[in-house]
Ligand binder design. Structure first.
Ligand code: SF4
Length: 362
């Protein structure tokens, strides 16, 4: 569990020398390994020495999603604290930076496109130096994550030179109230500025990632999203990529319910009606987001259900049946530990004793 660069050697050495039973016994005691039934606790997640960074592509081929793009990790982790996010600063020591010179020198001569990977690449203090080095060498650029409050004309111009046509960033809260609630530091001013820079620097479109179904969200929040998206669309072409909120383990929002599928669909319909003809809208299906929620929030029974669902054809009803048959239910009422504390194995509560929901403020 966690970062595998060092653990993989422990694992392979043990696998080469031992039979299955001894292997599981021995791995159950290794920090970062979890063996169901043998490990007494969920282990601390593994963290590699910073000297091992950056991870980078070993093979360049057209036959990948990011065709022929050389990927290099400019940083690992994030220094921010959005309460829904598994990459927040309490995960594995926060943000580890790779010096710009190391990133640039890792790019092979033949790479024509370079993708900078990391949870919060634009928070890297040397981001412009890295992007400039790549673009000045005549290469295309891709960045896995742009933070709206880190964008300025210099950076967006460099991205445009590197082939960017769509500026993608995240809002992750239908309203300012919700963004504040989940400690997402993006404001309307940041997003308006992002729209203006998109236009000014000759890009075609602003794409925004957006969560719906966050705790306490109402139709008023959705209406604010409609109003604000229309304002952005008056500046530049806008598309929204919507994901229903799924609470994740070991985050302050761990344990929060998934909004009922019908309610998510009503909100999506309200958004579509309000943005029709003005803003392009794409959404992850509420039903598949619910499957993701069950896998995120149930115990090992959800893993067995996944096997059953796959064997039964992988349709949504196959997943529903599998969760029911395996009696997989979300864990409730747990106090969420912060950071790298050792977690006790979760215990499934009975349907009559779910306990109070106690999210912990991050
Ligand atoms: S959502 Fe993004 S900015 Fe917020 S903690 Fe996660 S990686 Fe960092």
């Amino acid at each position: 569990m966690g970062e595998g660069e060092e653990l993989i050697h422990t694992f392979l050495d043990a696998a080469a020398d031992m039979d299955r039973e001894d292997l599981l016994e021995s791995l159950a005691r290794v920090p970062g390994c979890y063996v169901p039934g043998l490990s007494g606790h969920l282990p601390l997640t593994a963290m590699v020495d910073g000297g091992r960074l950056p991870a980078r592509s070993q093979i360049l081929t057209r036959n990948t999603v990011l065709s022929s793009m050389f990927l290099v990790e400019a940083e690992r982790g994030c220094s921010r604290g959005c309460t829904y996010c598994v990459m927040r600063r309490t995960t594995n020591g926060g943000m580890r930076l790779v010096p710009p010179e190391t990133v640039l020198s890792s790019v092979p001569e033949h790479a024509r496109r370079v993708g900078l990977v990391g949870a919060a690449v634009t928070d890297h203090p040397g981001i412009k130096k890295i992007v400039r080095g790549i673009v000045d060498a005549g290469r295309g650029i891709g960045i896995s994550s742009l933070r709206a409050d880190r964008l300025d004309a210099e950076l967006v111009t460099l991205l445009a030179r590197g082939g960017y046509r769509t500026l993608t960033t995240a809002s992750d809260g239908a309203s300012q109230r919700l963004r504040s609630l989940v400690a997402r530091r993006t404001t309307e001013q940041h997003l308006i500025r992002a729209a203006e820079l998109t236009k000014k620097c000759g890009l075609h479109r602003l794409k925004l990632y957006q969560l719906i179904g966050l705790p306490t969200e109402t139709h008023d929040d959705i209406d604010e999203l409609v109003r604000f998206s229309r304002e952005l669309a008056a500046i530049v072409s806008v598309s929204l990529a919507i994901s229903p909120f799924v609470s994740k383990r070991n985050t302050p929002l761990d344990g929060f319910d998934f909004e009922p599928i019908t309610s998510v669909n009503q909100k999506l319909a309200r958004l579509r009606a309000g943005l029709k003809g003005k803003v392009e809208l794409r959404s992850t299906s509420a039903r598949w987001a619910w499957v993701e929620y069950m896998l995120s929030q149930c115990d090992e029974r959800a893993g067995l259900a996944a096997m059953d669902a796959w064997r039964a054809g992988g349709t949504f009803s196959a997943w529903e049946n599998a969760f029911t048959t395996r009696d997989a239910r979300p864990l409730r009422g747990r106090v969420v530990p912060d950071g790298r504390r050792n977690l006790p194995l979760p215990v499934v509560q009975s349907s009559t004793g779910t306990g109070a929901l106690r999210p912990v403020d991050g």
